[in-house]
Design a protein around this ligand. Structure first.
Ligand code: ADP
Length: 586
Protein backbone atom coordinates (compact mmCIF):
# COMPACT_ATOMS: atom_id res chain seq x y z
CA UNK A 1 0.00 0.00 0.00
CA UNK A 2 1.37 3.39 -0.88
CA UNK A 3 1.80 5.99 1.83
CA UNK A 4 -0.90 8.02 0.28
CA UNK A 5 -3.30 5.15 0.42
CA UNK A 6 -2.40 4.34 4.00
CA UNK A 7 -2.91 7.94 5.01
CA UNK A 8 -6.26 8.03 3.32
CA UNK A 9 -7.20 4.78 5.00
CA UNK A 10 -6.17 6.11 8.39
CA UNK A 11 -8.03 9.33 7.86
CA UNK A 12 -11.17 7.37 7.05
CA UNK A 13 -10.81 5.15 10.09
CA UNK A 14 -10.31 8.21 12.28
CA UNK A 15 -13.41 9.81 10.78
CA UNK A 16 -15.36 6.58 11.24
CA UNK A 17 -14.21 6.33 14.83
CA UNK A 18 -15.21 9.90 15.49
CA UNK A 19 -18.71 9.70 14.02
CA UNK A 20 -19.33 6.25 15.49
CA UNK A 21 -18.42 7.41 18.96
CA UNK A 22 -21.05 10.10 18.70
CA UNK A 23 -23.72 7.51 17.94
CA UNK A 24 -25.77 6.16 20.75
CA UNK A 25 -25.43 9.29 22.84
CA UNK A 26 -28.98 10.23 22.08
CA UNK A 27 -32.07 8.06 22.35
CA UNK A 28 -34.25 10.46 20.42
CA UNK A 29 -34.98 8.77 17.10
CA UNK A 30 -35.20 12.00 15.06
CA UNK A 31 -31.91 13.23 16.47
CA UNK A 32 -30.17 9.90 15.82
CA UNK A 33 -31.39 9.80 12.21
CA UNK A 34 -30.13 13.32 11.53
CA UNK A 35 -26.82 12.51 13.13
CA UNK A 36 -26.47 9.36 11.01
CA UNK A 37 -27.28 11.28 7.84
CA UNK A 38 -24.74 14.01 8.62
CA UNK A 39 -22.09 11.46 9.42
CA UNK A 40 -22.70 9.60 6.18
CA UNK A 41 -22.32 12.75 4.09
CA UNK A 42 -19.19 13.63 6.04
CA UNK A 43 -17.67 10.16 5.70
CA UNK A 44 -18.44 9.51 2.04
CA UNK A 45 -18.17 13.04 0.76
CA UNK A 46 -21.47 12.45 -1.03
CA UNK A 47 -23.32 15.32 -2.57
CA UNK A 48 -26.65 14.22 -1.24
CA UNK A 49 -28.33 11.29 0.40
CA UNK A 50 -31.30 10.02 2.32
CA UNK A 51 -32.29 7.31 4.73
CA UNK A 52 -35.36 5.13 4.58
CA UNK A 53 -36.93 3.02 7.32
CA UNK A 54 -39.77 0.55 7.30
CA UNK A 55 -42.85 2.01 8.92
CA UNK A 56 -43.93 -0.08 11.89
CA UNK A 57 -47.64 0.54 11.22
CA UNK A 58 -48.02 -0.18 7.51
CA UNK A 59 -44.71 -1.85 6.65
CA UNK A 60 -43.89 0.64 3.88
CA UNK A 61 -40.46 2.14 3.37
CA UNK A 62 -40.47 5.80 4.33
CA UNK A 63 -37.85 8.52 3.96
CA UNK A 64 -36.91 9.59 7.46
CA UNK A 65 -33.88 11.86 6.89
CA UNK A 66 -32.33 13.51 3.84
CA UNK A 67 -29.51 15.85 2.91
CA UNK A 68 -29.56 18.14 -0.11
CA UNK A 69 -32.69 16.54 -1.50
CA UNK A 70 -35.52 18.94 -1.64
CA UNK A 71 -38.79 17.73 -0.23
CA UNK A 72 -40.40 17.60 -3.63
CA UNK A 73 -37.72 15.38 -5.11
CA UNK A 74 -37.98 13.09 -2.16
CA UNK A 75 -41.72 12.86 -2.36
CA UNK A 76 -41.97 12.58 -6.09
CA UNK A 77 -38.92 10.88 -7.38
CA UNK A 78 -36.39 10.03 -4.80
CA UNK A 79 -38.11 6.89 -3.79
CA UNK A 80 -38.50 5.97 -7.46
CA UNK A 81 -34.93 6.80 -8.37
CA UNK A 82 -33.57 4.71 -5.67
CA UNK A 83 -36.23 2.11 -5.22
CA UNK A 84 -34.41 -0.40 -7.41
CA UNK A 85 -31.12 0.38 -5.74
CA UNK A 86 -32.55 0.23 -2.27
CA UNK A 87 -34.61 -2.88 -2.91
CA UNK A 88 -31.57 -4.63 -4.24
CA UNK A 89 -29.48 -3.62 -1.24
CA UNK A 90 -32.19 -4.79 1.12
CA UNK A 91 -32.84 -8.05 -0.71
CA UNK A 92 -29.20 -9.01 -1.05
CA UNK A 93 -28.29 -7.60 2.36
CA UNK A 94 -25.21 -6.09 0.79
CA UNK A 95 -23.97 -2.64 -0.09
CA UNK A 96 -24.24 -1.44 -3.68
CA UNK A 97 -21.79 0.70 -5.53
CA UNK A 98 -22.18 2.03 -9.01
CA UNK A 99 -19.62 4.48 -10.26
CA UNK A 100 -21.38 5.06 -13.53
CA UNK A 101 -25.07 4.54 -13.04
CA UNK A 102 -25.94 5.66 -16.49
CA UNK A 103 -24.03 2.79 -17.95
CA UNK A 104 -24.77 0.30 -15.24
CA UNK A 105 -27.05 -2.43 -16.54
CA UNK A 106 -28.74 -2.57 -13.23
CA UNK A 107 -30.10 1.00 -13.30
CA UNK A 108 -29.37 2.67 -16.58
CA UNK A 109 -32.87 2.15 -17.89
CA UNK A 110 -34.29 4.33 -15.13
CA UNK A 111 -35.59 7.62 -16.28
CA UNK A 112 -34.54 9.32 -13.10
CA UNK A 113 -30.94 8.21 -13.45
CA UNK A 114 -30.77 9.97 -16.75
CA UNK A 115 -32.98 12.87 -15.76
CA UNK A 116 -30.84 13.78 -12.80
CA UNK A 117 -27.58 12.96 -14.49
CA UNK A 118 -26.74 10.48 -11.82
CA UNK A 119 -23.42 8.80 -12.14
CA UNK A 120 -22.13 7.61 -8.85
CA UNK A 121 -24.39 5.80 -6.38
CA UNK A 122 -23.93 3.99 -3.05
CA UNK A 123 -26.45 2.25 -0.94
CA UNK A 124 -26.20 0.14 2.21
CA UNK A 125 -28.89 -1.77 4.11
CA UNK A 126 -29.51 -0.97 7.78
CA UNK A 127 -29.52 -4.32 9.54
CA UNK A 128 -29.65 -5.42 13.17
CA UNK A 129 -29.49 -9.09 14.18
CA UNK A 130 -30.56 -10.24 10.74
CA UNK A 131 -33.52 -7.87 10.73
CA UNK A 132 -33.60 -5.06 8.14
CA UNK A 133 -34.69 -1.63 9.32
CA UNK A 134 -34.25 0.14 5.98
CA UNK A 135 -31.35 1.50 3.96
CA UNK A 136 -29.17 4.56 3.38
CA UNK A 137 -28.56 5.95 -0.03
CA UNK A 138 -26.07 8.54 -1.30
CA UNK A 139 -25.15 9.79 -4.74
CA UNK A 140 -22.88 12.22 -6.57
CA UNK A 141 -23.36 13.80 -9.89
CA UNK A 142 -20.62 13.28 -12.39
CA UNK A 143 -18.74 16.47 -11.75
CA UNK A 144 -18.78 16.03 -8.01
CA UNK A 145 -16.69 12.91 -7.90
CA UNK A 146 -16.94 9.18 -8.00
CA UNK A 147 -17.35 6.71 -5.14
CA UNK A 148 -14.81 3.96 -4.74
CA UNK A 149 -14.86 0.54 -3.16
CA UNK A 150 -13.32 1.91 0.04
CA UNK A 151 -16.13 4.39 0.28
CA UNK A 152 -18.68 1.60 0.11
CA UNK A 153 -16.79 -0.36 2.78
CA UNK A 154 -16.91 2.65 5.01
CA UNK A 155 -20.59 3.21 4.35
CA UNK A 156 -21.46 -0.42 5.08
CA UNK A 157 -19.41 -0.46 8.29
CA UNK A 158 -21.00 2.73 9.46
CA UNK A 159 -24.48 1.60 8.42
CA UNK A 160 -24.10 -1.45 10.63
CA UNK A 161 -23.26 0.69 13.63
CA UNK A 162 -25.90 3.25 12.77
CA UNK A 163 -28.54 0.51 12.56
CA UNK A 164 -27.89 -0.45 16.17
CA UNK A 165 -28.19 3.15 17.33
CA UNK A 166 -31.39 3.57 15.29
CA UNK A 167 -32.90 0.38 16.64
CA UNK A 168 -32.09 1.39 20.21
CA UNK A 169 -33.63 4.80 19.76
CA UNK A 170 -36.64 3.25 18.09
CA UNK A 171 -37.17 0.71 20.86
CA UNK A 172 -36.70 3.40 23.44
CA UNK A 173 -39.22 5.67 21.73
CA UNK A 174 -41.65 2.81 21.43
CA UNK A 175 -41.26 1.82 25.08
CA UNK A 176 -41.44 5.43 26.07
CA UNK A 177 -44.60 5.97 24.07
CA UNK A 178 -46.09 2.69 25.22
CA UNK A 179 -45.30 3.61 28.79
CA UNK A 180 -46.83 7.07 28.41
CA UNK A 181 -49.93 5.50 26.84
CA UNK A 182 -50.13 2.96 29.62
CA UNK A 183 -49.77 5.61 32.33
CA UNK A 184 -52.41 7.72 30.62
CA UNK A 185 -54.71 4.73 30.34
CA UNK A 186 -54.15 3.74 33.96
CA UNK A 187 -54.98 7.18 35.24
CA UNK A 188 -58.03 7.23 32.99
CA UNK A 189 -59.19 3.88 34.33
CA UNK A 190 -58.57 5.14 37.81
CA UNK A 191 -61.03 7.94 37.11
CA UNK A 192 -63.49 5.54 35.53
CA UNK A 193 -63.21 3.18 38.50
CA UNK A 194 -63.77 5.99 40.94
CA UNK A 195 -66.91 7.06 39.13
CA UNK A 196 -68.19 3.52 38.75
CA UNK A 197 -67.52 2.66 42.37
CA UNK A 198 -69.28 5.76 43.57
CA UNK A 199 -72.55 4.53 42.18
CA UNK A 200 -74.51 1.48 43.21
CA UNK A 201 -77.40 2.35 40.97
CA UNK A 202 -77.46 -0.04 38.02
CA UNK A 203 -78.67 2.40 35.39
CA UNK A 204 -76.13 4.96 36.39
CA UNK A 205 -73.30 2.41 36.21
CA UNK A 206 -74.41 1.37 32.72
CA UNK A 207 -74.84 4.93 31.59
CA UNK A 208 -71.37 5.92 32.81
CA UNK A 209 -69.74 2.93 31.13
CA UNK A 210 -71.44 3.64 27.83
CA UNK A 211 -70.50 7.33 27.94
CA UNK A 212 -66.85 6.45 28.46
CA UNK A 213 -66.87 3.84 25.70
CA UNK A 214 -68.39 6.30 23.24
CA UNK A 215 -66.14 9.18 24.23
CA UNK A 216 -62.94 7.18 23.90
CA UNK A 217 -63.69 5.49 20.60
CA UNK A 218 -65.29 8.53 18.95
CA UNK A 219 -68.33 6.39 18.27
CA UNK A 220 -71.55 8.03 17.14
CA UNK A 221 -73.63 6.00 19.54
CA UNK A 222 -74.06 2.66 21.21
CA UNK A 223 -75.86 0.65 23.82
CA UNK A 224 -75.39 -1.71 26.74
CA UNK A 225 -77.63 -4.72 27.01
CA UNK A 226 -77.90 -7.29 29.78
CA UNK A 227 -79.09 -10.86 29.37
CA UNK A 228 -82.19 -11.73 31.30
CA UNK A 229 -84.86 -14.42 31.47
CA UNK A 230 -88.32 -13.13 30.77
CA UNK A 231 -91.78 -14.61 31.00
CA UNK A 232 -92.59 -15.22 27.42
CA UNK A 233 -96.13 -13.90 27.16
CA UNK A 234 -94.88 -11.08 24.98
CA UNK A 235 -92.69 -13.33 22.91
CA UNK A 236 -95.45 -15.49 21.58
CA UNK A 237 -93.93 -18.76 22.81
CA UNK A 238 -96.50 -21.30 23.81
CA UNK A 239 -95.01 -23.46 26.53
CA UNK A 240 -94.90 -20.70 29.15
CA UNK A 241 -91.29 -21.31 30.21
CA UNK A 242 -89.13 -18.18 30.53
CA UNK A 243 -86.76 -17.41 27.68
CA UNK A 244 -83.43 -15.64 27.60
CA UNK A 245 -83.09 -12.35 25.78
CA UNK A 246 -80.76 -9.38 25.63
CA UNK A 247 -82.42 -6.28 27.06
CA UNK A 248 -80.89 -2.98 26.01
CA UNK A 249 -80.67 -1.02 29.24
CA UNK A 250 -79.00 2.16 28.02
CA UNK A 251 -78.82 3.53 24.52
CA UNK A 252 -77.23 6.56 22.87
CA UNK A 253 -78.21 7.40 19.39
CA UNK A 254 -80.80 9.10 17.36
CA UNK A 255 -83.60 6.62 17.48
CA UNK A 256 -85.11 6.70 20.91
CA UNK A 257 -87.10 3.56 20.21
CA UNK A 258 -84.02 1.46 20.90
CA UNK A 259 -84.40 2.20 24.60
CA UNK A 260 -85.26 -1.04 26.43
CA UNK A 261 -85.39 -2.93 23.15
CA UNK A 262 -85.33 -6.72 23.43
CA UNK A 263 -82.91 -8.62 21.22
CA UNK A 264 -83.33 -12.30 20.58
CA UNK A 265 -80.44 -14.69 21.13
CA UNK A 266 -80.89 -15.69 17.49
CA UNK A 267 -79.50 -12.35 16.38
CA UNK A 268 -76.39 -13.37 14.39
CA UNK A 269 -73.96 -11.15 16.27
CA UNK A 270 -75.37 -12.02 19.69
CA UNK A 271 -75.26 -15.67 18.72
CA UNK A 272 -71.64 -15.47 17.63
CA UNK A 273 -70.57 -13.63 20.77
CA UNK A 274 -72.36 -16.17 22.96
CA UNK A 275 -70.58 -18.95 21.09
CA UNK A 276 -66.97 -17.76 21.27
CA UNK A 277 -67.02 -14.93 23.83
CA UNK A 278 -64.94 -12.61 21.68
CA UNK A 279 -65.50 -9.05 20.48
CA UNK A 280 -66.79 -8.63 16.94
CA UNK A 281 -66.17 -5.76 14.56
CA UNK A 282 -68.57 -5.59 11.59
CA UNK A 283 -68.53 -3.25 8.62
CA UNK A 284 -71.59 -1.74 6.95
CA UNK A 285 -74.29 -3.05 9.25
CA UNK A 286 -77.90 -2.59 8.30
CA UNK A 287 -80.69 -1.84 10.76
CA UNK A 288 -81.49 -5.56 11.04
CA UNK A 289 -77.87 -6.62 11.46
CA UNK A 290 -77.16 -3.98 14.11
CA UNK A 291 -77.62 -5.17 17.70
CA UNK A 292 -79.32 -1.97 18.78
CA UNK A 293 -81.06 -1.34 15.48
CA UNK A 294 -78.82 1.50 14.34
CA UNK A 295 -77.34 1.15 10.86
CA UNK A 296 -73.63 1.96 10.95
CA UNK A 297 -70.49 1.95 8.88
CA UNK A 298 -68.80 0.04 11.70
CA UNK A 299 -70.22 -1.77 14.69
CA UNK A 300 -68.18 -3.08 17.60
CA UNK A 301 -69.79 -5.60 19.94
CA UNK A 302 -67.89 -6.46 23.13
CA UNK A 303 -69.14 -9.06 25.62
CA UNK A 304 -69.44 -8.24 29.32
CA UNK A 305 -68.26 -11.25 31.26
CA UNK A 306 -68.53 -12.15 34.91
CA UNK A 307 -66.63 -15.18 36.13
CA UNK A 308 -66.45 -16.52 32.60
CA UNK A 309 -70.16 -16.09 31.93
CA UNK A 310 -71.38 -13.58 29.38
CA UNK A 311 -73.90 -11.37 31.13
CA UNK A 312 -74.20 -8.51 28.69
CA UNK A 313 -73.02 -6.74 25.60
CA UNK A 314 -71.57 -3.31 24.84
CA UNK A 315 -72.18 -2.20 21.26
CA UNK A 316 -70.75 0.88 19.61
CA UNK A 317 -71.45 2.30 16.19
CA UNK A 318 -69.43 4.67 14.07
CA UNK A 319 -70.56 6.48 10.97
CA UNK A 320 -68.70 7.94 8.01
CA UNK A 321 -65.18 6.66 7.99
CA UNK A 322 -64.54 6.82 11.71
CA UNK A 323 -62.53 3.69 12.24
CA UNK A 324 -62.50 1.56 15.34
CA UNK A 325 -58.97 0.21 15.66
CA UNK A 326 -57.33 -2.53 17.68
CA UNK A 327 -56.48 -0.16 20.49
CA UNK A 328 -60.10 0.96 20.73
CA UNK A 329 -61.25 -2.63 20.97
CA UNK A 330 -58.72 -3.41 23.68
CA UNK A 331 -59.84 -0.32 25.53
CA UNK A 332 -63.54 -1.20 25.38
CA UNK A 333 -62.71 -4.74 26.49
CA UNK A 334 -60.89 -3.45 29.54
CA UNK A 335 -63.73 -1.05 30.24
CA UNK A 336 -66.15 -3.94 29.93
CA UNK A 337 -64.26 -5.89 32.61
CA UNK A 338 -64.58 -2.97 34.98
CA UNK A 339 -68.20 -2.39 34.10
CA UNK A 340 -68.84 -6.09 34.82
CA UNK A 341 -67.66 -5.66 38.42
CA UNK A 342 -69.68 -2.48 38.92
CA UNK A 343 -72.76 -4.10 37.36
CA UNK A 344 -72.41 -7.08 39.67
CA UNK A 345 -72.16 -4.79 42.71
CA UNK A 346 -75.13 -2.72 41.60
CA UNK A 347 -77.19 -5.87 41.06
CA UNK A 348 -76.22 -7.22 44.48
CA UNK A 349 -77.13 -3.90 45.99
CA UNK A 350 -80.47 -3.98 44.21
CA UNK A 351 -81.08 -7.50 45.54
CA UNK A 352 -80.13 -6.45 49.07
CA UNK A 353 -82.45 -3.50 48.88
CA UNK A 354 -85.27 -5.71 47.67
CA UNK A 355 -84.57 -8.17 50.48
CA UNK A 356 -84.48 -5.33 53.02
CA UNK A 357 -87.75 -4.02 51.76
CA UNK A 358 -89.30 -7.46 52.02
CA UNK A 359 -87.88 -7.87 55.54
CA UNK A 360 -89.18 -4.49 56.57
CA UNK A 361 -92.66 -5.26 55.23
CA UNK A 362 -92.62 -8.62 56.99
CA UNK A 363 -91.66 -7.08 60.35
CA UNK A 364 -94.36 -4.42 60.03
CA UNK A 365 -96.91 -7.11 59.35
CA UNK A 366 -95.79 -9.39 62.19
CA UNK A 367 -95.58 -6.50 64.66
CA UNK A 368 -99.08 -5.46 63.81
CA UNK A 369 -100.48 -9.01 63.93
CA UNK A 370 -98.85 -9.61 67.34
CA UNK A 371 -99.89 -6.34 68.93
CA UNK A 372 -103.59 -7.04 68.50
CA UNK A 373 -103.74 -10.39 70.37
CA UNK A 374 -101.24 -9.13 72.94
CA UNK A 375 -103.46 -6.19 73.78
CA UNK A 376 -106.26 -8.63 74.37
CA UNK A 377 -104.10 -10.95 76.52
CA UNK A 378 -102.96 -7.97 78.56
CA UNK A 379 -106.54 -6.72 78.94
CA UNK A 380 -107.85 -10.03 80.27
CA UNK A 381 -104.82 -10.51 82.53
CA UNK A 382 -105.39 -7.08 84.06
CA UNK A 383 -109.11 -7.89 84.53
CA UNK A 384 -108.32 -11.15 86.29
CA UNK A 385 -105.61 -9.47 88.38
CA UNK A 386 -108.13 -6.88 89.50
CA UNK A 387 -110.37 -9.72 90.70
CA UNK A 388 -113.09 -8.93 88.15
CA UNK A 389 -113.33 -12.60 87.18
CA UNK A 390 -113.64 -13.80 90.73
CA UNK A 391 -111.17 -14.11 93.61
CA UNK A 392 -107.65 -15.48 92.83
CA UNK A 393 -105.53 -17.88 94.80
CA UNK A 394 -101.91 -16.88 95.57
CA UNK A 395 -100.66 -19.35 92.97
CA UNK A 396 -103.00 -17.95 90.32
CA UNK A 397 -101.72 -14.44 91.13
CA UNK A 398 -98.16 -15.72 90.79
CA UNK A 399 -98.93 -17.27 87.39
CA UNK A 400 -100.60 -14.09 86.19
CA UNK A 401 -97.46 -12.18 87.23
CA UNK A 402 -95.36 -14.51 85.03
CA UNK A 403 -97.70 -13.86 82.11
CA UNK A 404 -97.45 -10.11 82.69
CA UNK A 405 -93.63 -10.17 82.80
CA UNK A 406 -93.43 -12.14 79.59
CA UNK A 407 -95.92 -9.82 77.93
CA UNK A 408 -93.64 -6.90 78.82
CA UNK A 409 -90.71 -8.72 77.24
CA UNK A 410 -92.64 -9.38 74.06
CA UNK A 411 -93.86 -5.81 73.91
CA UNK A 412 -90.35 -4.50 74.20
CA UNK A 413 -89.14 -6.83 71.44
CA UNK A 414 -91.91 -5.74 69.11
CA UNK A 415 -91.33 -2.09 69.81
CA UNK A 416 -87.53 -2.50 69.31
CA UNK A 417 -88.06 -4.32 66.01
CA UNK A 418 -90.49 -1.66 64.82
CA UNK A 419 -88.03 1.06 65.78
CA UNK A 420 -85.22 -0.58 63.83
CA UNK A 421 -87.53 -1.06 60.92
CA UNK A 422 -88.53 2.57 60.95
CA UNK A 423 -84.98 3.82 61.30
CA UNK A 424 -83.63 1.54 58.55
CA UNK A 425 -86.32 2.41 56.09
CA UNK A 426 -85.93 6.10 56.88
CA UNK A 427 -89.50 6.26 58.12
CA UNK A 428 -88.65 7.27 61.69
CA UNK A 429 -89.39 10.94 62.10
CA UNK A 430 -87.35 13.08 64.47
CA UNK A 431 -89.05 16.21 65.66
CA UNK A 432 -86.03 18.32 66.62
CA UNK A 433 -86.82 21.09 69.13
CA UNK A 434 -84.94 22.98 71.84
CA UNK A 435 -85.64 21.49 75.28
CA UNK A 436 -84.14 21.00 78.73
CA UNK A 437 -82.34 17.69 79.14
CA UNK A 438 -82.96 17.83 82.92
CA UNK A 439 -86.67 17.18 82.42
CA UNK A 440 -86.10 14.14 80.25
CA UNK A 441 -83.50 12.74 82.67
CA UNK A 442 -85.85 13.26 85.64
CA UNK A 443 -88.69 11.41 83.84
CA UNK A 444 -86.46 8.48 82.90
CA UNK A 445 -85.00 8.29 86.43
CA UNK A 446 -88.53 8.19 87.83
CA UNK A 447 -89.57 5.37 85.58
CA UNK A 448 -86.49 3.33 86.53
CA UNK A 449 -86.42 4.22 90.22
CA UNK A 450 -88.17 1.03 91.30
CA UNK A 451 -85.90 -1.26 89.25
CA UNK A 452 -82.83 0.49 90.63
CA UNK A 453 -84.13 0.24 94.19
CA UNK A 454 -84.92 -3.45 93.72
CA UNK A 455 -81.21 -4.06 93.23
CA UNK A 456 -80.12 -1.73 96.01
CA UNK A 457 -78.22 0.38 93.49
CA UNK A 458 -77.68 4.11 93.87
CA UNK A 459 -78.27 6.63 91.10
CA UNK A 460 -76.50 10.02 91.04
CA UNK A 461 -77.48 12.68 88.57
CA UNK A 462 -74.90 15.43 87.98
CA UNK A 463 -76.01 17.90 85.35
CA UNK A 464 -73.91 21.08 85.22
CA UNK A 465 -75.90 24.16 86.07
CA UNK A 466 -74.85 26.02 82.94
CA UNK A 467 -76.03 23.31 80.53
CA UNK A 468 -78.12 25.15 77.90
CA UNK A 469 -81.13 23.71 76.07
CA UNK A 470 -80.35 20.91 73.66
CA UNK A 471 -81.73 20.53 70.15
CA UNK A 472 -83.24 17.06 69.71
CA UNK A 473 -86.44 15.01 69.72
CA UNK A 474 -87.38 14.77 73.42
CA UNK A 475 -89.22 11.45 73.10
CA UNK A 476 -86.31 9.82 71.26
CA UNK A 477 -83.87 11.40 73.71
CA UNK A 478 -85.81 9.82 76.58
CA UNK A 479 -85.58 6.46 74.78
CA UNK A 480 -81.77 6.83 74.44
CA UNK A 481 -81.22 7.80 78.08
CA UNK A 482 -83.65 5.12 79.26
CA UNK A 483 -81.92 2.40 77.25
CA UNK A 484 -78.46 3.29 78.55
CA UNK A 485 -79.64 3.66 82.13
CA UNK A 486 -81.57 0.43 81.93
CA UNK A 487 -78.43 -1.36 80.70
CA UNK A 488 -76.42 0.13 83.58
CA UNK A 489 -79.08 -1.18 85.93
CA UNK A 490 -79.24 -4.64 84.33
CA UNK A 491 -75.51 -5.19 83.96
CA UNK A 492 -74.42 -3.95 87.41
CA UNK A 493 -74.44 -6.14 90.49
CA UNK A 494 -76.77 -5.48 93.39
CA UNK A 495 -75.56 -2.53 95.47
CA UNK A 496 -73.72 -0.97 92.49
CA UNK A 497 -73.57 2.66 91.53
CA UNK A 498 -74.88 4.48 88.45
CA UNK A 499 -73.92 8.07 87.65
CA UNK A 500 -75.44 10.23 84.90
CA UNK A 501 -73.42 13.33 84.06
CA UNK A 502 -74.17 16.07 81.54
CA UNK A 503 -72.03 19.09 80.64
CA UNK A 504 -71.70 21.52 77.77
CA UNK A 505 -68.66 21.27 75.52
CA UNK A 506 -68.35 23.58 72.53
CA UNK A 507 -71.44 23.24 70.40
CA UNK A 508 -72.56 20.04 72.10
CA UNK A 509 -73.93 18.68 75.32
CA UNK A 510 -72.07 15.58 76.50
CA UNK A 511 -74.06 13.02 78.43
CA UNK A 512 -72.40 10.05 80.11
CA UNK A 513 -73.91 7.10 81.96
CA UNK A 514 -71.37 5.35 84.11
CA UNK A 515 -71.72 2.14 86.12
CA UNK A 516 -69.35 0.03 88.21
CA UNK A 517 -70.87 -3.23 86.99
CA UNK A 518 -69.88 -6.24 84.88
CA UNK A 519 -67.95 -4.33 82.22
CA UNK A 520 -67.39 -5.62 78.67
CA UNK A 521 -64.45 -7.74 77.50
CA UNK A 522 -62.24 -6.31 74.74
CA UNK A 523 -63.41 -9.03 72.38
CA UNK A 524 -67.06 -8.14 72.98
CA UNK A 525 -66.41 -4.42 72.72
CA UNK A 526 -65.84 -4.92 68.99
CA UNK A 527 -69.27 -6.49 68.57
CA UNK A 528 -71.15 -3.94 70.64
CA UNK A 529 -73.83 -2.02 68.70
CA UNK A 530 -74.45 -4.95 66.33
CA UNK A 531 -78.01 -6.19 66.28
CA UNK A 532 -78.82 -9.17 68.53
CA UNK A 533 -75.39 -9.15 70.13
CA UNK A 534 -75.39 -10.11 73.82
CA UNK A 535 -72.40 -11.19 75.91
CA UNK A 536 -72.28 -14.89 76.79
CA UNK A 537 -71.78 -14.29 80.55
CA UNK A 538 -74.28 -15.89 82.86
CA UNK A 539 -75.00 -12.59 84.62
CA UNK A 540 -75.84 -10.97 81.29
CA UNK A 541 -78.05 -13.82 80.11
CA UNK A 542 -80.01 -13.73 83.41
CA UNK A 543 -81.28 -10.29 82.41
CA UNK A 544 -84.13 -9.85 79.95
CA UNK A 545 -83.00 -8.49 76.61
CA UNK A 546 -82.78 -9.02 72.86
CA UNK A 547 -79.52 -7.33 72.03
CA UNK A 548 -81.23 -4.58 70.05
CA UNK A 549 -81.06 -1.64 72.48
CA UNK A 550 -77.57 -0.31 71.73
CA UNK A 551 -77.97 -0.53 68.00
CA UNK A 552 -81.17 1.53 68.26
CA UNK A 553 -79.49 3.98 70.61
CA UNK A 554 -76.61 4.56 68.23
CA UNK A 555 -78.87 5.15 65.24
CA UNK A 556 -81.07 7.50 67.22
CA UNK A 557 -78.14 9.53 68.52
CA UNK A 558 -76.68 9.80 65.03
CA UNK A 559 -80.04 10.76 63.55
CA UNK A 560 -80.11 13.62 66.05
CA UNK A 561 -76.64 14.76 64.91
CA UNK A 562 -74.68 13.32 67.80
CA UNK A 563 -72.17 10.54 68.38
CA UNK A 564 -71.86 7.76 70.92
CA UNK A 565 -68.69 6.23 72.38
CA UNK A 566 -67.94 4.03 75.35
CA UNK A 567 -65.18 2.89 77.65
CA UNK A 568 -65.32 -0.33 79.58
CA UNK A 569 -63.12 -2.65 81.63
CA UNK A 570 -64.30 -6.18 82.24
CA UNK A 571 -65.20 -6.61 85.92
CA UNK A 572 -64.87 -2.90 86.68
CA UNK A 573 -67.64 -1.11 84.84
CA UNK A 574 -68.64 0.83 81.73
CA UNK A 575 -69.24 4.41 80.68
CA UNK A 576 -71.35 5.24 77.61
CA UNK A 577 -71.06 8.86 76.46
CA UNK A 578 -73.07 10.56 73.73
CA UNK A 579 -73.15 14.08 72.35
CA UNK A 580 -76.10 16.10 71.18
CA UNK A 581 -76.14 19.61 69.65
CA UNK A 582 -76.96 22.56 71.85
CA UNK A 583 -80.00 24.55 70.83
CA UNK A 584 -78.31 27.96 70.65
CA UNK A 585 -75.76 26.53 68.18
CA UNK A 586 -78.23 25.02 65.80
P1 ADP B 1 -79.75 -6.04 75.65
O1 ADP B 1 -79.54 -5.20 76.85
O2 ADP B 1 -81.16 -6.24 75.30
O3 ADP B 1 -78.95 -7.30 75.68
P2 ADP B 1 -78.22 -4.03 74.25
O4 ADP B 1 -78.03 -3.78 72.81
O5 ADP B 1 -78.66 -2.86 75.06
O6 ADP B 1 -79.17 -5.24 74.38
O7 ADP B 1 -76.85 -4.51 74.83
C1 ADP B 1 -76.12 -5.54 74.16
C2 ADP B 1 -75.13 -6.21 75.08
O8 ADP B 1 -74.11 -5.28 75.43
C3 ADP B 1 -75.69 -6.63 76.39
O9 ADP B 1 -76.32 -7.89 76.27
C4 ADP B 1 -74.44 -6.72 77.24
O10 ADP B 1 -73.73 -7.90 76.96
C5 ADP B 1 -73.65 -5.54 76.75
N1 ADP B 1 -73.87 -4.31 77.53
C6 ADP B 1 -74.64 -3.25 77.23
N2 ADP B 1 -74.57 -2.32 78.18
C7 ADP B 1 -73.75 -2.78 79.15
C8 ADP B 1 -73.29 -2.28 80.40
N3 ADP B 1 -73.65 -1.07 80.87
N4 ADP B 1 -72.42 -3.04 81.10
C9 ADP B 1 -72.03 -4.25 80.65
N5 ADP B 1 -72.45 -4.79 79.47
C10 ADP B 1 -73.29 -4.06 78.73
Amino acid sequence: MSNQLIERHEARLAALYEVSSQLGKSLDLGEVLNQVMDSIIQLTGAERGFLMLYDSENGDLQTRAARNFDQETIEADATNISRTVIERAINTGEGILSSNAQEDDRFSGRESVIGYQLRSIMCAPLQVRGHTLGAVYVDNRLFSGVFEKDDLGLLVTFANQAAIAIENARLFTQTDQALARRVEELSLFQRIDQQLNRSLELNQVLSLSLNWAIALTNAAGGSIGLFEDIENEDTGMLDGSPIRILRLMVFRGEEEHSESRLVSLDHPIVQKIMADGRSILTNDVSEEESVDGTPASMQLAVPIQQDGIITGLITLETQQNIEINREDIAFVERLSDRAAVAIKNAKLYEAIQDANKAKSEFISLVAHELRVPMTSIKGYTDLMNAGLAGPLSDQQKQFLEVIRRNLTRMTSLISDLSDINHIESGRMKFDLQPFDLREVVADVADSLRERIANRQQTLHIEIEDDLPLIFADSTRMAQVVSNLMSNANKYTQDGGEIVLRAWPNGRYAHVSIQDNGLGISEENQEKLFTQFFRAEDKEVREQAGWGLGLSIVRRMVEAQNGEITFESILGEGSTFTFTIPLANME
